[in-house]
Write a protein that binds this ligand. Sequence first.
Ligand code: PAF
Length: 283
Amino acid sequence: MSDTVKIVRTVSDLRKVTAKWRGRGHTIGLIPTMGALHSGHLSLVRLAKKKVDRAVVSIFVNPTQFAVNEDLSRYPRDEAGDLKKLAGADADLVWAPSVEEMYPEGHSTGIRAGSAAKDLEGVFRPQHFDGVATVCAKLFNQVTPDIAIFGEKDFQQLTVLRQMVRDLDMSLKLIGAPTKRDTDGLALSSRNAYLSLSERKVAPSLYAVISALAEDAANGADMLTTIANAKRKLTTAGFTKIDYVEIRDAETLEPGSTASGRPLRVLAACWLGKTRLIDNVAV
Ligand code: PAF
């Protein structure tokens, strides 16, 4: 393992490295990130290294997936810290383009995300998944990976991207990795850095409440009643606003029912002051 990791910032430099690897018959995995890396991201790198010869981590805070009122300008950035962590996790290459490299003057083509994007986050962040799908399609074309690994923490994102890969006949394989959590259950997220000490104490209740909801649903409880109970518990715990708590079909994200016999997922988004947290668990 090396104590530094190579970083490239232009598509042409990236292609030189990947062409060399391809020439040697190496397989490539991509872990797309927006930086401010935590141990959840590093576990994705380690997973990639078990599956392919070379792990590329992209670090790009993608402006097109943020609405004007969102946190683009304060999104945490720590490139030096990220590079150190990635060297420790044995990443082979960091792909860190500037905004101008990713979206040069005149860039005007984009992906319209599919049906999995329309509800849940799609209601509260209307252009978000078009931005995510477009940048991921570009990352896939730039890096040409055999696999790309995403955390299940952003479960709807993973579903939207699976749909894109399938619908547009992209040849890579997407892999979803289980959410990494702190010891108290809080899903690891770069945005946890926004939480005050008192908000951080409340935050793990989100996982506790949706886990209990998933268990109730699995035991056949009435969905509307258990969802209403879950929302009440979140408010009592100290969440200041609830965007949604829903039980959805785990593959399509259409409204789910236990009678369908299909896999279901509980998904939730709620606020602690100025910080919006999302989480999800399997039923
Ligand atoms: O999950 C993220 O960090 C981002 O949405 C992604 C996939 C890197 C695209 O910008």
